[in-house]
Structures are given as C-alpha cells and as structure tokens.
Ligand binder design. Structure first.
Ligand code: ATP
Ligand code: MG
Length: 423
C-alpha cells in the first residue's frame, strides 16, 4: 500500500468544514481591514529564499525542499509566503500604483522539512498578510489588530500578544556586536546549533528552543537596551496605537524571530488552549524594512504576519461543524427505460441551482431510499415507467412523508413554491 508522505496528511470531508470556517473568517476579516488576496506559485527559484529568508536561517539551511527541474534550475517549495509576495510586487511593479500602501493577504500550503508532531507538519498552511510601502508605526499596530481580530472571529479570545523591537540599521548592528561580545566567552556552553549561529545569526540564539533555560542567556544584552532614539520612538508609537485600540500586549525583550529579514517590531500571538500543547504560538510577524530593496525592488518598508492554520484547526471544536448538511433533492428512478429521461431531469434541476443526487438507478427501491437517507434530502423525487409515459413525477416531502404527483412541465414551479413555503 502506498501511504502519504511523512509530515503530510489528508483533509477528509468532515475536516474540510473546519477549513471552510477558517477560510470564511479570513476573507471576512481581511475585507474589514481592506486587504486584497494575492496568490503566488508554490515553487520558486531557490535564490529567492536564500536571499530573503536568509542563507543562514534554520529554514533555509535545514528545512527547505529543494530539487532541480529538468533543465537543471534550482527550485524550492516555498517555506513561507512573504518572499513570494515581495517578488511578485517587484516583478509586476505593483508599487507603481498610486494607492500605497499595498495591503495583501495570502492563504496556502508551505513546506518545511521538520520533525512532525502535533501542530507541526511538513506540508502546512499559512494565512499571512503584508503591508508594503509604509514605514509608519500605524501599519505595525494595524497588522497586530488585524491578526487579533481574526482570532476573535474564530472564537479564540484567550490570546497574548508578545512584542519586541530589534531596531534597525545601527541599532541592530550595534546590538549584534554587543551580544557577540557577551556570548563569546561562554560559547561552549551553548548547543551546537547556537555555536554555528554565533557567527552568522547571533540574534537567533535568543530564540533557541534547546538553550531557552540556559543561564548564559538569562543575562544576555537585550535589543531594547540598544535602540537609537528614532527606533525607540517607532516602538513607543506602535505601543501607543495598540493602547489607543484597547489591545493588551506583553513586552517580551527576548523575542526575536528565526528569519533574517526582520527590523523594528517583532511579535507573536500565543493562544492559551489545551489542545495546542507546546505549539501555542499561532501567529508570528514583524516589520521588514529592507527586504524589498534587497530583492532589487524599491526602498519599500513593510510589515506582516503569518498564522499556522493547522494549529488553529486544533482549537475548533467538532460540534461547530457537526451539523449535517443535506441535499435539496434526491432522485429515485425505477425501471429500465427511464434512465435517459431521469438524467435529463437531474441535469435540468442542477442547472436550476438545486443540489441533487441519486443512487445508481435500477437498484431496489429500498436500496435507493437507504442511500437517499444518508444524503438527508428535503424532498425525494420518484420516477418510474408510469411517470415516464404520463409525463409526471412524484415529489415526496422527506420530513412529513406527504407525496404529490406533478406534471414534469410544472416541476420547477412546484419545487420553487415548496422550498419557499419551507424556507
Ligand atoms: P516555530 O517556532 O513554531 O517553528 P516559526 O518561527 O518557524 O515557528 P514562522 O516561520 O514565523 O514560524 O511561521 C509563522 C507561523 O506558522 C508559526 O507561528 C506557526 O503557527 C506556523 N508554522 C510554522 N512552521 C509550521 C509547521 N511546520 N507546521 C505547522 N505550522 C507551522
Ligand atoms: Mg520553525
């Protein structure tokens, strides 16, 4: 038997209903914030992720799915969405539009080679959003409000906003040097990955899951202490706008993100929910002021977030989607000669917009009714040799059992009034 690949899973019909619920909430809240959907390809040139997510990030060094296509091009299955959105904005010169900032959201599968566990898959889905072309702290605050509103929309109230600032330019470089100087004498006490990160990506050490309780990191310098006045002001403005919107937050002076491109604000939303276990961070994001330029676009500051949808799915109770949806009509045909006419009526009814199903015709009446019940119709339509010759059809109300015979010519009109009566 061929089975699914490790770290992937099938979304079966019952589970799909939960996805619809999430997707509906995404569209609704995105419209409220006036973000438009963008859809980019699932694979991209590997360079894109090397240059954006970062050559030295865990994602690029350990987690990407890479392959060569038949012409020897190096291709990567996207591990995240921001890089592709930025590439698309640059490629289509969307920034030439006058209505800046650009506000885009995306939903789709991402791929990372990780150790699969609850809330962590190799093919998983993200809902993300990006605001491009604005450096105002208003955009950072709006991004956080939007993310939070989405969680409220799906009924998740118990959420903590963790926020920090990494600064930009000199603040960031300066801080990096301080951190290196502090860590250098103790580098041997850190995990192997962190020893490697020390050279290329020292900020990432603060985010290490292995070393998170390591005493060396407890007294490490913090980004906030090294912010320039301007960077400090940006951060305070973001917090001021959050206050103005009544959004609570916790300043987490150790929060950094695993991707290289972040500047200024970084944040995570942590949900308190029993089904999440260790995977309680459902959303992460921040500002990335130089990514667009570094991919040869204009000097375009930006800010965004990404949700892991599988984690949210774990929190949606089964009862929410337990309600069985039925079809409008179930067609039951009896007799060898009726099949063609029966199919033409079914097609006609579907064209008129009703949901219609049928069992394979000519099975026993009992078998067909049994199949009909599984589909929970509002009405049965019963059609046999007699009806074929008289040009009629029987309509049976599935709830009351009332049955009537109507002329085929009148079927549509009669069904319209029956559905209207019972609406
Ligand atoms: P983590 O620390 O959990 O590995 P991350 O920092 O790698 O997360 P991001 O790259 O910021 O995550 O992605 C944003 C969100 O996407 C995460 O907060 C999480 O909810 C979700 N996510 C990331 N990787 C996975 C995965 N392998 N499976 C399911 N969801 C994921
Ligand atoms: Mg990760």
């Amino acid at each position: 038997m061929i089975t699914k690949s490790k770290g992937t899973y099938d979304i079966l019909p019952d589970e799909s209903k939960k996805w619809h619920l999430l997707e509906t909430a995404i569209r609704k809240v995105s419209a409220r914030y006036n973000f438009k959907e963008i859809r980019t390809p699932i694979f991209e040139s590997s360079d894109l992720f090397h240059r954006s997510v970062g050559e030295t990030s865990d994602i690029v060094t350990k987690e990407t799915y890479n392959f060569s296509d038949r012409k020897g091009r190096s291709i990567t299955l996207r591990p995240e969405g921001t890089a592709s959105v930025v590439r698309s904005v640059i490629e289509h010169k969307l920034y030439a539009e006058s209505n800046l900032p650009l506000k885009y959201y995306y939903v789709g599968p991402m791929f990372r080679y990780e150790r699969p566990q609850k809330g962590r898959q190799r093919q998983f889905h993200q809902f993300g959003a990006e605001t491009l072309g604005s450096k105002t702290p208003l955009a950072d605050a709006e991004t956080i409000a939007y993310a939070l509103d989405f969680l409220h929309e799906i009924g998740m109230e118990d959420v903590t906003v963790h926020i920090n600032s990494l600064g930009d330019g000199e603040s960031k470089t300066h801080y990096r040097d301080q951190l290196r100087a502090y860590l250098e004498p103790n580098i041997n006490m850190l995990c192997e990955d962190c020893q490697r990160r020390f050279e290329d990506n020292p900020l990432r050490i603060l985010d290490c899951k292995v070393d998170k309780d390591n005493p060396v990191l407890k007294d490490a310098p913090k980004p906030l202490d090294w912010l320039s006045d301007n960077d400090k002001m940006h951060f305070e403005d973001v917090l001021g706008y959050l206050d103005a919107m009544g959004i609570d937050y916790v300043i987490d002076d150790r929060l950094v993100r695993g991707l290289d491109y972040y500047t200024h604000t970084v944040f995570e939303l942590e949900a308190d929910h029993k089904s999440l276990g260790a995977q309680s961070v459902v959303c992460a994001g921040g500002r990335y002021n130089h990514l667009v330029k570094s991919l040869n676009g204009p000097d375009f500051p930006a800010v965004g977030f990404a949700f892991g949808l599988e984690r949210l799915l774990l929190t949606i109770p089964d009862e929410i989607v337990a309600e069985e949806e039925g079809v409008d009509l179930f067609f039951i045909a009896m007799g060898k000669n009726v099949n063609h006419k029966a199919m033409s009526i079914v097609k006609f009814l579907r064209d008129e917009g009703w949901s219609v199903d049928y069992d394979f015709f000519n099975r026993s009446l009992k078998a067909q009714f049994k199949q009909a019940e599984r589909n929970n119709p509002a009405y049965y339509l019963i059609f046999g040799d007699d009806e074929l010759s008289s040009g009629t059809i029987n309509i049976k109300n599935a709830t009351t059992g009332d049955q009537e015979s109507v002329r085929l010519d009148d079927l549509k009109t009669r069904l319209v009034s029956l559905f209207a009566e019972n609406a």
